[in-house]
Design a protein around this ligand. Structure first.
Ligand SMILES: [Zn+2]
Ligand SMILES: [Zn+2]
Length: 118
């Protein structure tokens, strides 16, 4: 997570709409622990926006985020911020989830890319 205390100081709190994740409910579990390790344990998790960079705000607005333990977020070998395959896996899951309620055209219009092969 790039947000530091310093960045928030001196800046008025922006009242941005925070959408809950449409992929996972926030209950202290790590999405990737459950998916990859069948580990349903509660641990310290961090919010991860599945599409980053210029699309980070779009991830927020569409609720395409998951909650990850530190290991799966940034620290471990398979962490989404370190491993291309993990990142792609989550991107595909997110696009699929989005397309439950939207068309592929809408997805590509927002995110500029298609991550699915089907
Ligand atoms: Zn995890
Ligand atoms: Zn992240």
């Amino acid at each position: 997570m790039m947000y530091t205390k310093e960045m928030q100081v001196g800046k008025k709190k922006r009242r941005k709409k925070h959408k809950p994740s449409i992929i996972q409910k926030k209950d202290g579990r790590c999405y990737l622990c459950m998916l990859l390790d069948e580990d349903n344990g509660v641990k310290k998790t961090q919010e991860h926006h599945i599409f980053g960079g210029a699309n980070r705000d779009h991830s927020e607005e569409t609720g395409l985020k998951v909650y990850l333990c530190l290991e799966h977020h940034t620290a471990g070998k398979l962490a989404v911020h370190r491993c291309k395959d993990t990142r792609r896996l989550l991107e595909q899951i997110a696009q699929r989830e989005f397309e439950e309620d939207h068309t592929r055209e809408e997805f590509m219009e927002i995110f500029g890319k298609n991550y699915l092969n089907d």
